[in-house]
Design a protein around this ligand. Structure first.
Ligand code: XMP
Length: 510
């Protein structure tokens, strides 16, 4: 398979380079910057991209790639820090800036460079750098500049070395995708049109071979990742795949029925539904702290799954829906960060269980997993659903979690989903859900005073869940939701709308 390798020097945009290239149907992977040249060569890449990064090439100990990378005869594109590396390694001069330049700049393209073919002569580009190339290395031609940065792009065609100071992978750079496409197609000569479905045959054959005669198990949550991973594994091993769906009692109305409908009836999975709701609710009794709830649920889930897995003799493998961003995360160098919430992901099971892992999506981004899922016949209702947290409704019933409070929340949540769908807003929203607050307020119903629960509605837009803004829903939709919840859900007399962004709030309330 034709591919481009991206060496990661720690830029916050490295993943974006990969996403843009994949969007252009060019297969690529991200590797740590110090990957040995033998490993690079073993993948026969058509091209190499050196990413940006927070370091300065002028500092001692700045990250450098294997020195042979620039002389392999494989085309290289250096972006930002990558450009400064090329400049320094090839004998140019790099100047350490006193302050970072950050934001849009006007780029002027000079002469004719294959990299800028089909790109306007003047364009807005996104800059985010400290250092700057002051003198291009011998044999290099300067191909673009801005007012403040005269050497904003340079190349040495004979050596196949290209570089840009700005970030073509960022949306704000006009024609940025075109520049990356020119590098991949015209400079590196990539011809294949990669699609996630190109993965299918190879991945299915790979799973078959690896698993052999053994049985495979999977914690199926019904979310996008575990569903696509399970359907792929099912293609490979059929009835030898045993899926386990744990009903925690913390699910939304309809979740369990949907699992039966889709995976048992449509895909004919070997699916075991384990009703563990009593166990979960028992352990959550009287628990108010969000962190304790999360820990109890995570632990109990593993316990239930382990005891089910033990009943399956001869199971040597576990299918997980790990996606590429998690794989990249785990190899990249991270600083210390505070734990905001202890996540519990269905499928994120401990290594000590001793299964071999089957992770058929580990090289795909989420949108690619969806695309693959579509080609496998997985319904849109699964592929396009909003994220739903592992701890389920327990972290949306604030305070004590009881069967009655879960039922109240479940009904309100169903109404919200129905109305969002009816108004055509479901695809415009990242997540839409209700939260049952631990307070009661006074109302008037008929001629009677009421003293009942409050439901908070939370609808947010986001691209990755890391930041979010509240959705500006149409008033009529809000009116319908509020009227239906107080009219149809016993025990609720007030509905409020959460208008806080993330940060400073988080998406979930607990
Ligand atoms: P927060 O509340 O941290 O949520 O802004 C960000 C995104 O993560 C989801 N979330 C979880 N997902 N297990 C999950 O699988 C969890 O424990 C969990 N907690 C939060 C949340 O719904 C949002 O999409």
């Amino acid at each position: 398979m034709e591919q481009i390798l991206i060496l990661d020097f720690g830029s916050q945009y490295t993943q974006l380079i990969a996403r843009r290239l994949r969007g252009l149907r060019v297969y690529c992977e991200i590797l740590p910057f110090r990957t040995p040249v033998e490993e690079i060569l073993s993948r026969s890449p058509k091209g190499i991209i050196l990413s940006g990064g927070p370091s300065s090439v002028c500092d001692a100990g700045a990250p450098v790639p294997d020195p042979a990378v620039l002389s392999l005869g494989i085309p290289v594109l250096g972006i930002c820090y990558g450009m400064q590396l090329i400049a320094r390694e090839m004998g140019g001069r790099v100047h350490k800036a006193l302050k970072r330049e950050y934001g849009l700049s006007k780029l002027k393209v000079r002469g004719t460079s294959v990299l800028f073919r089909g790109v306007p002569k003047n364009l807005d580009v996104w800059m985010s750098h400290g250092d700057e190339v002051k003198a291009a290395p011998y044999g290099f031609r300067v191909t673009a500049g801005t007012h403040d940065v005269p050497i904003a792009a340079m190349e040495c065609v004979d050596r196949g070395l290209y570089s840009v100071q700005f970030h073509p992978e960022v949306q704000h750079t006009a024609s940025g995708a075109r520049i990356l496409e020119n590098f991949a197609r015209r400079v590196c000569g990539c011809k294949e049109r990669w699609t996630p479905a190109s993965f299918l045959a190879g991945t299915v054959a790979g799973i078959k071979k690896r698993v052999g005669k053994e049985a495979v198990i999977c914690a199926l949550s019904g979310g996008v990742d575990s569903s696509v991973a399970a359907v792929l594994a099912h293609r490979a091993v059929g009835r030898k795949l045993h899926c386990i769906f744990v009903d925690t009692g913390l699910l939304r109305i309809g979740d369990r029925e949907r699992m039966t409908e889709i995976f048992r009836k449509k895909f004919r999975f070997n699916l075991k539904i384990v009703d563990a709701s009593k166990l979960f609710l028992g352990r959550l009794r009287g628990v108010v702290s969000p962190e304790r709830k999360r820990k109890i649920i995570g632990r109990t889930f593993i316990e239930v799954f382990e005891s089910e897995a033990k009943k399956l003799k001869g199971a040597g493998f576990l299918v997980q829906g790990t996606l590429y961003p998690d794989v990249i995360e785990s190899v990249s160098v991270k600083g210390p960060s505070a734990v905001i919430k202890s996540h519990h992901n269905v499928g994120g099971l401990p290594k000590k269980m001793g299964f071999g892992l089957v992770e058929p999506l580990r090289f795909l981004f989420k949108d690619e997993a969806r695309e693959l899922g579509r080609s496998l016949g997985i319904p849109e209702a699964i592929l396009m659903q909003h994220p739903f947290p592992g701890p389920g409704l327990a972290i949306r019933v604030l305070g004590c979690v009881t069967g009655e409070r879960l039922a109240v929340l479940g009904k309100a949540d169903l109404i919200l989903r129905e109305e969002i769908l009816a108004f055509g807003w479901y695809p415009k929203i990242w997540q839409a859900f209700c939260v049952l607050l631990p307070v009661r307020t006074v109302g008037v119903m008929g001629d009677e005073r009421s003293y009942e629960n409050v439901i908070a509605v939370r609808c947010v837009g986001s691209t990755d869940g890391m930041t979010a803004d509240w959705s500006r829903l149409p008033y009529e939709l809000m009116r319908r939701v509020s009227a239906r919840i107080v009219g149809e859900v016993r025990g609720v007399n007030r509905v409020v709308y959460d208008i806080t962004s993330k940060p400073p709030a988080t998406i979930e309330w607990e």
